[in-house]
Design a protein around this ligand. Structure first.
Ligand SMILES: [Zn+2]
Length: 88
């Protein structure tokens, strides 16, 4: 984690649950401190929400909607022949 202002490496301070910060979504909020004396940044907090889908998960869900279920499963199996059979 680098300071957004001086780009020096920041010191990890602590992890809190999002509830501690009054955020309803499940997740953690990490607090980082800039230890550069000449920098105006004091603390930076990063909030991560666990219920947010990762891009690759969204991609799979989109595939699931646009293709049928067996084609969706073939995506994981990586069976080229099976995938070809299922294609219309
Ligand atoms: Zn800084």
């Amino acid at each position: 984690m680098k300071c957004p202002l001086c780009h020096k490496e920041m010191l990890w301070n602590n992890d809190f649950t999002n509830n501690d910060f009054g955020i309803e979504e499940e997740g953690i909020t990490s607090l980082y401190t800039c230890i550069n004396d000449k920098c105006d940044v004091d603390d930076v907090s990063i909030t991560q929400k666990f219920n947010k889908l990762k891009p690759w998960q969204e991609e799979i869900l989109e595939k699931e909607e646009s293709e049928n279920v067996s084609a969706f499963l073939n995506h994981f199996d990586h069976h080229p022949s099976a995938a070809k059979d299922k294609k219309k």
